[in-house]
Design a binder for this molecule. Structure first.
Ligand code: URA
Length: 244
């Protein structure tokens, strides 16, 4: 038995909090009966409807995907480009990405059909570490690293403090490789941070999402998360929220 609002959120209809409002507003039926009480628990075979539309319930699944470059992080692309969902066609469940990576960015991306889990992880108060390896044009100096760490002014505000370090410098080719750890999710954030400091990004890869690394995966491959990994991500989301 699960709480009704959790089941609605898990099905990807909306967040758990909004699901509670839907219930209180009398928009949810269980087995044809209006339910307005928040604590209501439902069984696997109970039929749930929101605004008369059946809520499609699936077994929740969670994957860590090594996204290649040249793939869009949406379920479908209107320009016909390859999408992450194309790698998951043979999976029975309809999974979607948790957040996004740019078309040209490779690396760790989570996919799930659990809307509640995805909402939790994408909540701005959930400060999960995202570690990127960035290849840029130009010689990155210690001062640049300090600026990245303090935060960079972008058109949509200053970025939060980050951790950054130089991995290698090629003086002849005038290229640098830097590792940067951020926990925000502004659009094209890493690229814009480096560009704002005069370093065009040539290659970007997300090496780590929280404690999840790409070890054992080749580009284009994925693996199912272990139950303890899902639990740990959920727990971290809760802990971060309560720290706020
Ligand atoms: N920052 C970027 O610039 N691009 C990504 O895909 C992720 C983070």
């Amino acid at each position: 038995m699960e709480r009704l609002q959790k089941v609605i959120a898990q099905a990807g209809v909306t967040s758990r909090r909004k699901a509670e409002t839907l219930i209180e507003d009398g928009r949810v039926k269980v087995n044809g009966k209006l339910v307005t009480e928040l604590g209501t628990k439902v069984k696997d075979n109970d039929k749930i409807e929101v605004d008369g539309i059946p809520v499609y319930r699936e077994e929740p699944v969670y994957f860590l995907f090594y996204k290649p470059t040249g793939v869009i992080s949406t379920v479908e692309d209107d320009k016909g480009r390859k999408a992450v969902a194309d790698y998951f066609h043979h999976i029975e469940q309809r999974v979607f990405p948790v957040g996004r990576l740019d078309y040209d960015t490779s690396g760790a991306l989570l996919l799930t059909n659990d809307g509640d889990f995805a909402n939790k992880l994408m909540h701005p108060s959930y400060k999960i570490d995202k570690v990127y390896v960035v290849k840029v044009k130009g010689i990155v100096t210690k001062e640049v690293i300090q600026k990245l760490q303090r935060g960079v002014h972008l058109e949509d505000g200053k970025t939060a403090k980050s951790q950054a370090r130089i991995l290698s410098i090629d003086k002849q080719k005038e290229k640098s490789i830097v590792e940067i750890t951020i926990h925000e999710g502004k659009n094209r954030q890493v690229r814009r941070m480096f560009e704002a400091l005069g370093y065009p990004v040539q290659k970007l890869k997300r090496e780590r999402y929280g404690f999840l690394e790409l070890t054992g995966l080749n580009s284009g491959e994925y693996r199912e998360l272990k139950p303890y990994e899902v639990k740990q991500l959920r727990n971290e989301a809760v802990t971060q929220k309560s720290k706020k």
